[in-house]
Design a protein around this ligand. Sequence first.
Ligand SMILES: Nc1ncnc2c1ncn2[C@@H]1O[C@H](COP(=O)(O)OP(=O)(O)OP(=O)(O)O)[C@@H](O)[C@H]1O
Ligand SMILES: [Mg+2]
Length: 601
Amino acid sequence: MTTQQVRVEDRSQLSRGEARIVRRRSRALLWSLLRPVRWRIAATVSLIVVSQVCAVVGPLAIAFAVDTGLPDALAGDALPAVVGVLAYAGAAVGEAVLVSVFIRMTAGIAQSVLLDLRRRMFRHTQRLGLEFHESYTSGKIISRQTNDLEALQNLVNAGLSDLVSGLVYMAFVAIAIVVLDPISGLVLALSLVPVVLLFLWFRARSSVLYRESSTRSAQVLVQFVETMTGIRAVQAFRREARNQRVYERLAGAYRDTNLTMMFVFGILYVTTTLLGNLAVGSLVLVNGFRVLSGTVGVGVLMASLLYARQFYDPINTLGEVYNSFQAAAASLEKISGVLSEEPSVDEPTQPVRIRDVRGDLHFERVTFGYDPEHIVLPEFSLHIPGGQTVALVGTTGAGKTTIAKLLARFYDPTGGSVQLDGIDLRLLATEDLRRALVMVTQDAYLFSGSVADNIALGKPGASREEIQRAAQAIGADEFIRALPDGYDTDVSKRGGRLSAGQRQLVSFARAFLADPAVLILDEATSSLDIPSERAVQDALETLLADRTAIIIAHRLSTVAIADRVLVMEHGRLVEDGTPAELIASSGTFSSLHRSWQESLV
Ligand SMILES: Nc1ncnc2c1ncn2[C@@H]1O[C@H](COP(=O)(O)OP(=O)(O)OP(=O)(O)O)[C@@H](O)[C@H]1O
Ligand SMILES: [Mg+2]
């Protein structure tokens, strides 16, 4: 794992160096997201500033109209009063118009950033190799796509623009009030001291609660996803009651944290409102005395009260946005973690292209382990000449599937090299490798769509005739025709659902249509029924003709059609020969074969 690949699940478990990497990485991501929209952001911020100037001008215009305009009007000059009133009205209208424009603009920016991020996540996650997907659970990936993207969206919805405008407004009010009347400014500044203290308390308290809440929400989600994806096992082993208890405990803990968080919010809200009222009261008192003693005009009193009232509004928003902000920052860290995962197999920089593939396979002193501590293949050498049909057998966990994964280049070997027609797979163009080599596995996966679509995956753009010919060749035509809509039956709908054996036949047809030079069947016949064994043998023989084939199978009947049998144990080849040779010898295969023969009679 490189330093870039620090996975963030729980921040509190990161070392300081790792935390720094994570912060830098998520800042880089943020910047790359904001860069394309930076001019739109600049335009929006300018609008916000202008709109807040309008908001601040209002009370100043009132002070002017009352303290200068009214005395002048009484003296016969109505102009200053008219100017004051017009300025007030103009500022109010201007503010309303500008605010509505900038709200639309921020929403537009936020949505395009989120769309960008969603697309990147999908593209990247899909591109990441098996190594990532075998270790990063689907629960976590789902939570990246849902919770984490939502956290970012919430930050925007919870009023990022409100926050920015609120802060700009507070700054302008501070300036305006000092210009208008420094003593009112001083009173307001003093009333701010408890607010700052309160906010510090809130920040400390809510960080802890927030972390707790996000961990708990993730636990709830993971428990849910794991139960539902494993629902068959859950029901088969009667784990429902236990899972329900675990789920309820987690969900209950999540509720408790949320309630405490709401309570803390409540304290912030009530206390700032109270402090706001006290500030207004103090200003009424101080400025009231000053008006009575004639030091300031009534206009100043009114303006200072208007300012004080509005000065406190953004503080509550600040509390709300602060939480969304933390959630979004944590989510961005996790998302940036996924985005910085490197595919475990790299595209070659100068790919070698091959046209006519012979299907000659070579393992040259290959060593491999999924993680450095557990070596699966200690040193594996093997040559399979083009066109040979090889059966690979061996005990569970011997490393057979691992051999297949290395050939399909889902992983790269730690040492040595895997070659196709003498070319290291690491140098081969991925496109050519995918065309030359097809792997059919036990869990024949069908995509939603028709049966015909699923077969056509083997050869995009194949005609209906070609599809049917492939199905006929491997003996799947008959059952497909018997489906409700024949080849057009939707496999994701009720009634279109195929049995495991039928799915395997569809994936055979797919492989037949793809017509690769190398075909690997990993337990691909395990779900086919014994009575149709003959049909399966015929299908297999058609499927394997004229290509290099590796059949990994536990069932020895499928092994009979092989030219060569390889027996594996603990990552090593222990036997290698024709079926007849191995049966005649006294090795593992011969005893396996003997007990199989006995089981048949
Ligand atoms: N994704 C993985 N991460 C870590 N270890 C793995 C992974 N896949 C397999 N292994 C380990 O590698 C070893 C070989 O596994 P492999 O799947 O190749 O066995 P196999 O011969 O195909 O067995 P089976 O007959 O049961 O399919 C096993 O010890 C297994 O625990
Ligand atoms: Mg296997």
